[in-house]
Design a protein around this ligand. Structure first.
Ligand code: S3P
Length: 435
């Protein structure tokens, strides 16, 4: 390919190896929660290693607009002077950018505040389903208006009533929205889910001093409760590490180590999948920080290539953010990657099933698309191609990884979207890639 890079395009050359040691910026999911709850809490929250992604900057900007004082320091250090339980109404709509987490979880916090608020987002966020938060919050007594199920989200907050709610689709964002409303509501609010989704909200609420009760399939919060500011360091983002872990697993001589990585069991399923694919994963130095598990992870690739696997049921929900990169390395495995029960992928920042299939085909792969997943046969060699990221950060990064094992060069269009979760992605990848 004779194309050159521009500000929005990246040219990826084949790699020989991935070698090195990295410490990653803070986890996106945890950073959102610390920002939103820190905004509501009483006192000054001091955070280290806060996510550098644009999504978490949206959460910070929203709590700032709602009356919290935010001070941004060096190296991911953030201070938030919380509003002490009462957000102020804003003149302008709250801009959630590309961030579904901000829009959905903040809606929960605001539904219990007796004022009106409007939340808007970019083009991609304005296409994403919001009925899933409107329904439970309306059941609690908030008035929430959407346009055909989408943003803008207009919230007329109210004194709410506690509910017992079973989520119809597994979603940590929906669970969190309900718990954040329940935190400020008299009585006991319970959320039940069929698949245990990431539990950062439960852990963050506890870190901020709230009492949260959990059983295997439900979480309850008795409101109202006041949050107290915390000091915490955000663990490295395992969903960002996923791109590097998968890249390293493709090259037999690779050796990659991550220090200070978030290893919350509801997020670390990728390590089990890589092990099932015959990669060697070592975990050391496990510690608990503010309820979150943190540790060192080492990955080595198998000598004779990755095997293959099927991801379905609860696994699909737990790996939802890692599925694009797992599908993108599928052709390089021996037996392929099959994904089912992952319909939610179609309503992420893009339709990730369609875009993964389109881009794998552009690289010469055979792939079968299903409504709820993909079959990516193994034993295929891909060639470089022009990749349509659809402005979706995880598609841009997943196909950068696929490009490392392809023949020829791969041009990632919309590469700047990586900054939504991981602005350092391309630079760090260069640091550990041997050619
Ligand atoms: C997230 C939950 C997941 C995930 C998203 C972050 C969170 O979304 O895909 O990237 O931080 O709670 P859903 O709640 O829509 O499953």
């Amino acid at each position: 390919m004779s194309v050159t890079e521009t500000a929005t395009e990246r040219l990826i050359s084949p790699a020989r190896n991935i070698l090195g040691s990295l410490r990653l910026p803070g986890d996106k999911s945890i950073s959102h929660r610390y920002a939103l709850l820190g905004g509501l809490a009483t006192g000054t929250t001091r955070l280290g290693n806060f996510s550098t992604g644009a999504d978490c900057a949206s959460s910070l900007a929203c709590v700032e607009a709602l009356g919290a004082k935010v001070t941004r320091g060096e190296g991911g250090s953030i201070e938030i002077d919380g509003v002490g339980g009462r957000f102020r109404a804003t003149e302008k709509p709250l801009d959630c950018g590309n961030s579904g987490s901000t829009m959905r979880m903040l809606s929960g916090l605001l539904a219990a505040q007796q004022d009106s608020f409007t939340l808007i987002g970019d083009e991609s966020l304005s296409r994403r389903p919001m009925e899933r938060i409107r329904k439970p919050l309306a059941q609690m007594g908030a008035r929430i208006e959407l346009t055909e199920g989408h943003a803008p989200v207009t919230i007329l907050g109210a004194k709410l009533t506690a509910i017992d709610y079973t989520t119809p689709v597994p979603s940590a964002q929906v669970k969190s929205a309900i718990l954040f409303a329940g935190l400020q509501t008299d009585g006991r609010t319970t959320v039940r889910e069929s698949v245990r989704t990431r539990d950062h909200s439960e852990l963050a609420l506890r870190a901020y001093g709230a009492n949260v009760e959990r059983s295997l399939e439900s979480v309850s919060i008795e409101g109202p409760q006041q949050l107290q500011a915390i000091q915490a360091t955000v663990p490295g983002d395992i969903s960002s590490a996923a791109f590097f872990l998968c890249a390293a697993a493709l090259f037999p001589e690779s050796n990659l180590v991550f220090d200070g990585l978030g290893l919350n069991p509801t997020r670390a399923t990728l390590l089990d999948v890589l092990t099932a694919l015959d990669a060697h994963i070592g975990v050391l130095n496990l510690e608990e920080k503010a309820g979150e598990l943190v540790g060192t992870v080492q990955v080595n690739a198998p000598r004779d290539g990755l095997s293959g696997t099927t991801i379905s049921g609860a696994l699909a929900a737990q790996l939802i953010d890692e599925l694009p990169v797992l599908a993108a390395i599928g052709p390089y495995t021996k037996n392929g990657i099959r994904i089912r029960d992952a319909k939610e992928l179609r309503v992420k920042e893009s339709d990730r099933i369609a875009l993964v299939a389109e881009n794998l085909r552009a690289m010469g792969a055979e792939v079968v698309e299903f409504e709820d997943g993909l079959d990516v046969p193994g034993g295929q060699q891909l060639h470089g191609a022009e990749i349509n990221s659809g402005g979706d950060h995880r598609i841009a990064m997943a196909f950068t990884v696929a490009g490392l094992r392809a023949s020829g060069q791969t041009l990632i269009r919309g590469a700047e979207s990586a900054a939504i979760s991981f602005p350092e992605f391309f630079d760090l990848l260069e640091q550990v890639t041997e050619r």
